[in-house]
Design a protein around this ligand. Structure first.
Ligand SMILES: *[C@@H]1O[C@H](CO)[C@@H](O)[C@H](O)[C@H]1NC(C)=O
Length: 278
């Protein structure tokens, strides 16, 4: 009963989320407007999502980029049967482009290629990854990592106020909470003609926090932050190292999750284990 309820909630959530999915080929055009306000002149504001564990404290103020995506133009998750009826591989890209009617040199073609390439890239050591093209396959993957017997919770960043400001300074408020998460699966939306989530899980130590934020304009956000304690296997080209000015393996790397990304963690049996973070 409770599980069914969770699944229904989750479906609603995912449908909601997919309707906020990244626009296909959505560039960083809009970010340029904000570029002048950026402290780090050479860094794209959309990368201003990284922090280290020592930045995670009440009163900390920092510029953060929270994308606000236009629901009307974003791709939806397809039912499993429909999604499974199409190939999902770089090799079949020409066929897919034809099917969706995208020119080879279009922005959409580039986005699809990047997504397929990312999905086919080898996981790093200690990582399991999977690109989900339907809700069912995402849930199956999450369940396979978290364990068949454990229920799970879904966490995502939620915006408590509506505003169009995507990049500004936020201050961390009281009540930063660490969520109990011995295992976790993170799923990120990918640019594609239909909903695709890049899901992955690392066996190295991670921490998940819920962090209340207040923007300079009064915006309230209940943000989900994931911290990776061991970054020694990460490519040195990972943008977080540039933003934080650290080297792989020398520092924890945390990042704020945009609202349309999902974190699955095992359900903890306690009286108040609810769906509050949804
Ligand atoms: C954040 O605040 C700093 C210091 O007050 C300021 O220099 C910077 O321009 C602000 N950034 C944004 C994105 O508003």
């Amino acid at each position: 009963m409770a599980e069914n309820f969770l699944i229904i909630l989750l479906q609603l959530l995912v449908i909601m989320c997919s309707s906020h999915g990244r626009e296909l080929g959505g560039g960083t055009k809009n970010n340029m407007n904000h570029h002048m306000m950026n402290n780090h002149h050479d860094i794209d504001p959309s990368l201003m999502v990284f922090l280290t564990m020592k930045d995670l404290k009440v009163g900390q103020r920092m510029p953060i980029y929270f994308p606000k995506r236009d629901p009307s133009t974003s791709p939806k998750l397809w039912p499993k049967q429909e999604a499974d009826s199409l190939p999902f591989s770089l090799e079949k890209l020409p066929q897919l482009l034809q099917l969706f009617g995208f020119a080879r040199d279009s922005a959409q073609a580039k986005a699809m290629e990047d997504t397929l390439r990312e999905c086919e890239s080898k996981p790093i050591k200690g990582e399991v990854k999977f690109c989900a093209t339907s809700l069912d396959s995402m849930l199956d993957f999450a369940q396979s990592i978290l364990g068949k017997d454990s229920g799970f919770r879904v966490l995502s960043t939620s915006h408590k106020t509506k505003s169009s400001v995507a990049f500004q300074n936020y201050t961390m408020l009281e009540d930063i909470k660490e969520m109990e998460a011995r295992k976790m699966v993170a799923c990120h939306t990918m640019p594609y003609p239909y909903g695709v989530f890049y899901c992955h899980s690392q066996t190295t130590q991670n921490k998940v926090y819920s962090v209340p934020l207040e923007g300079d304009n009064g915006d309230k956000v209940e943000a989900i932050v994931v911290c990776h304690l061991d970054t020694s296997e990460w490519a040195s080209s990972h943008p977080s190292f540039q933003v934080l000015d650290v080297k792989p393996g020398t520092s924890s790397v945390c990042h704020f999750f945009p609202a349309d990304n999902l974190i699955f963690i095992p359900k903890v049996l306690q009286s108040h284990a609810g769906f509050t973070s949804m």
